[in-house]
Ligand binder design. Structure first.
Ligand SMILES: CC(=O)SCCNC(=O)CCNC(=O)[C@H](O)C(C)(C)COP(=O)(O)OP(=O)(O)OC[C@H]1O[C@@H](n2cnc3c(N)ncnc32)[C@H](O)[C@@H]1OP(=O)(O)O
Ligand SMILES: O=C([O-])CC(=O)C(=O)O
Length: 372
């Protein structure tokens, strides 16, 4: 028996306030600290957006220079993260590898137990700077390639791609990648951010909260969908098969990955910006076929169900074109979302209440171990 007051999945429940971002499905808008995400993507770098999420304001030129210098100083893969990764089997999922590396990095940080706002900001910035090295090494290891050292003459995204592929791609590719990092950075009380806040609410530490958030992001109903979108495209292959494939998938009650959203019901505010970046990549890599497949499935889904794509739909093929293995797509989401998670962790810690909801018991009536 289900209690009528139960809000399954916490749908529609407002559990706390936040000043980090505002998702408004009525106006189809997303604001980071008051700025529309589209404007940030058009005018700022991911470093500036990271600063904004942590500090509430965009950086002055001097503040930006300081953050860039800090990031460059901490972007070399730490010994402990490399050791943790090297211990894992090559067929471990990259999300498990990244989760383990983050956990190991936290275990080796002598400041982990310090949950003061200053210490947590320093931890957040270091983890943010480490993640490209962790993700890039995870990708290279799968291809039996040597680790690539960072270059301190490059910005965050160019260096991330350099560490992954051993070279810096064309500017159009770096820009598309940077836009994806900005768009993935923050989205209010999504499942992984809420997970991070639950862990923080017990007065646990930042690394524990981020490690748990990575676990929540991995699932295909959340961040894992960008990977699942690419598997779906690999299954369909040709645009003219999209309708038939979709009809079969819907008939067998499959969820179509990269479509639908808990909050947006008329389309995800970030999709047009990411689709524009994907379009530049489709031209750069001369893959009109992939663009046709994208459009054919989007159109068929709209006709059949009226359900629109979410950010994972254009991001999946964009990361594929840039050259990442499909299993690395969600780790890229981690590298971006660590900014939003850590902004929320600090916000939760600053105005904490233990998160502990109630449940309605539907199990056996009280009974006794020894009869009667
Ligand atoms: C960055 C992100 O995390 S964005 C989300 C990424 N996740 C995905 O792309 C996975 C696919 N999408 C989904 O599974 C869902 O849309 C979710 C989980 C994102 C949102 O789900 P909810 O808010 O719980 O909506 P719910 O699942 O109740 O959907 C409402 C109806 O639309 C249908 N629906 C929603 N999304 C989809 C989908 N992708 N494919 C098929 N049907 C769908 C549901 O089956 C349901 O139909 P019903 O009323 O006939 O049962
Ligand atoms: O808000 C959500 O539920 C999921 C999402 O789009 C995100 O985390 O970016």
């Amino acid at each position: 028996m289900t209690d009528p007051d139960i809000k399954k999945g916490l749908a529609g429940v407002v559990v706390d306030v936040t000043a980090v971002s505002k998702v408004n499905p009525e106006t189809n808008s997303l604001l980071y600290r008051g700025y529309p995400v589209q404007e940030l993507a058009a005018n700022c770098t991911f470093e500036e957006v990271a600063y904004l999420l942590w500090h509430g304001e965009l950086p002055t030129p001097v503040q930006l220079e300081e953050l860039q210098a800090f990031e460059r100083e901490h972007r070399e893969l730490s010994h402990v993260a490399k050791q943790a990764i090297d211990l894992l089997p090559l067929d471990a999922h990259p999300m498990d590898v990244v989760r383990t590396a983050v956990s190991a990095y936290g275990a080796a940080d002598p400041t982990t137990a310090d949950t003061s706002p200053e210490a947590m900001l320093d931890q957040a910035k270091r983890l943010w700077a480490q993640l490209p090295a962790i993700v890039a090494y995870t990708q290279r290891r799968l291809r039996d390639e040597e680790l690539v050292e960072p270059r301190d003459d490059l910005g965050y995204s160019a260096n991330f791609l350099h560490m992954t592929f051993g070279e810096v791609p064309d500017l159009v590719v770096v820009t598309a990648f940077d836009v994806s990092m900005i768009l993935y950075a923050e989205h209010s009380f999504n499942a992984s951010t809420f997970t991070a806040r639950v862990v923080t609410s017990t007065l646990s530490d930042l690394y524990s909260a981020v490690t748990a958030a990575i676990g929540a992001l991995k699932g295909p109903l959340h961040g894992g969908a960008n990977e699942a979108v690419m598997h779906m495209f690999d299954e369909i292959v040709f645009a003219d098969r999209a309708e038939e494939w979709l009809d079969e998938a819907l008939a067998s009650k499959r969820k179509i990955m990269g479509f639908g959203h808990r909050v947006y019901k008329n389309g995800d505010s970030r999709v047009p910006t990411m689709k524009a970046s994907l379009d530049t990549l489709l031209v750069e890599y001369d893959r009109p076929d992939l663009g046709e497949l994208y459009t054919a499935l989007e159109r068929a889904m709209d006709e059949r169900k009226g359900i629109k794509p979410n950010l994972d739909y254009p991001s999946g093929p964009a990361y594929h074109l840039i050259g990442f293995d499909t299993e690395l797509f969600t780790p890229l989401f981690v590298a971006s979302r660590v900014t939003g998670w850590t902004a929320h962790i600090r916000e939760q810690a600053a105005a904490n209440a233990l998160i502990r909801p109630l449940s309605a018991y539907v199990g056996s009536e009280q009974r006794s171990v020894v009869g009667g």
